[in-house]
Unconditional design. Sequence first.
Length: 312
Amino acid sequence: MPLPGAHVGRFAPSPTGPLHAGSLVAALGSWLDARAAGGRWLVRIEDVDGPRCVPGAAELILAQLARCGLVPDEAPWWQSARGAAYGMALQRLRDAGLAYDCGCTRREIDDRLAAAGQAPARHGERIYPGTCRSGLHGKAARAVRLLTLRGGAPVVVEWADRRLGPQCQDVTHEVGDFVLKRADGPWSYQLAVVVDDAAQGVTHVVRGEDLADNTPRQMLLQRDLGLPAPSYLHLPLVRAADGEKLSKQNGARPLELEGGAVPALQAAAVVLGLPRIGAATPAEWLAKAVPAWAGIIAAGFSTITHTKGFPR
Ligand code: GLU
């Protein structure tokens, strides 16, 4: 277990493919942040959603990280082995009356939203209208959801990102009662990440900006489960030519490390607002980058200006 007060960071890749330029930014940012604070750095393989995972991708990611000199301080955790812990957390939420079974199909949710004159989806996700809050009404359970209406009032989460500043989200109206587990499917990312960040003693979450929108859901779950909230730093995304987040789907290629990892580290560093660092080996490059990152923190991340396109 980590010492009280110690900084514990982590990189939590989903093994849906090899590391690419975008995911290296999150890995490097979280590693630098931990090392600059004299803390520890962990890796967690988020293979909770079996069908989306690609066989061998996790091992490849770990090998790519190692080539870049990014070696976790403990053996990686695998979410596929953590079902019992997620089950206990879900039971606590049920016992507190905060989680309930939902029997609605997508179609039923869409029809209900349309009848209420509401748009069916936000970021492609439906805002659940709360139909099964009062019970399954004879339907079979299809999912377990978190109740986001508390004593008849919406849940508004206010938080401060280390780089993006004060943030606020009305979880009830902007997200709705979200899924914790599908009846015969995987645990949700939200529940798994909250349980594991706490179990691993993570104090500092550093990850891509696309996940900032999930943070209020995770903070709500932390509160409901009586877990401490880590601090959050969301990094700029590396975008593909189409302006979307760089991903396997829009042509992100696996990191090119054959010619050595320094050029890949340097490219990721530009996104993080770091200056160019001359070094012959990844270890030398990383050693020089740690004090540079401490300077970025001291400057309030103001040197992070990257917005679009991956620098060459
Ligand atoms: N597994 C998530 C992803 O690869 C990241 C989770 C996190 O950092 O909280 O997008």
